[in-house]
Design a protein around this ligand. Structure first.
Ligand SMILES: Nc1ncnc2c1ncn2[C@@H]1O[C@H](COP(=O)(O)OP(=O)(O)OP(=O)(O)O)[C@@H](O)[C@H]1O
Length: 250
């Protein structure tokens, strides 16, 4: 679904990813992990078409993303960022309905099918009681779930999420990633999300892509654990991940 071909990106003289070649497939839930500032958001933003300052190619379902129109990209890919979105006077239902924009007719009029998709998306993230609320009166975690509902309403084969669990408590974190896994497995979506929660990545995902000083190691969870990359990058004198890694295997 997503192919990176000789993909390199950086800022100024600093290269964050150097000649990366990998693919993220349909029906696959992948956690993108790495130390702070390693380039996870930069990679997601490039795939989402928001940073064109890269070399190599990003191929989405066979097409170079540089050739896709904004409308075409919006039907292929949904992106949920970590930015705190607070839209006053706009009800949650209306925010989620923005996800239908690529499909509504030229005056943006929603049909019954769009309204049903919006309701389903709100229900999927457990926010049906909030449909009429405005986001300026809601918590970070509640707003985050509404932004994820908007991406669900966009109904795209690819979903990219930048730290989607960052404002969520533990049960909601697992519930959300479980929803992403269901979308990947049952609706054959390609879902790639960045996270700092290693336990979530190890327990819930099919594969892990690890940004490591210019390289992107993309392996199944079992192979990633065996590779030793996580232990090398995330262990410190006070913290050993050996035990955590094996305790968390399914
Ligand atoms: N517009 C920019 N101009 C210059 N440098 C940037 C820009 N955006 C990001 N960077 C730098 O690029 C590096 C990677 O940033 P990025 O946000 O991709 O990291 P990340 O892996 O998502 O980090 P974190 O886990 O802390 O969120 C950082 O060192 C950051 O300071």
């Amino acid at each position: 679904m997503i192919h990176l071909k000789d993909f390199s990106i950086g800022f100024g003289s600093r290269t964050l990813l150097d000649k990366v070649n990998t693919s993220f497939g349909k029906g696959e839930l992948t956690a993108l992990i790495g130390r702070n500032g390693s380039g996870k958001s930069t990679l997601l933003r490039a795939i989402a078409g928001l940073n064109r300052q890269y070399s190599g190619d990003i191929i989405l379902d066979g097409k170079d993303i540089r050739t896709l129109s904004p409308g075409g990209l919006a039907k292929s890919l949904a992106f949920v960022t970590t930015e705190r979105t607070r839209i006053p006077n706009l009800r949650c239902e209306d925010v989620v309905a923005i996800g239908r924009a690529p499909y509504t007719n030229w005056i943006g009029r929603m049909q019954d099918i769009d309204r049903n998709i919006v309701s389903d998306a709100i229900r999927s993230v457990g926010m049906e009681g909030y449909a009429g609320r405005t986001m300026d009166t809601m918590s970070d975690g509640e707003c985050q779930r509404i932004m994820i509902a908007r991406a669900l309403a966009q109904d795209t084969p690819v979903m990219l999420l930048d730290e989607p669990t960052s404002f969520l408590d533990m049960p909601n974190r697992y519930e959300l990633v479980s929803l992403l896994r269901t979308l990947a497995h049952k609706k054959a979506k390609c879902v790639l999300f960045s996270t700092h929660e290693l336990d979530v990545a190890l327990r819930m995902c099919d594969s892990i892509a690890l940004v490591d000083n210019g390289a992107l190691h993309h392996l199944s969870v079992t192979d990633m654990v065996k590779s030793g990359h996580i232990q090398r990058l995330f262990s410190s004198p006070d913290l050993s991940f050996e035990e955590l890694l094996w305790q968390n295997r399914k």
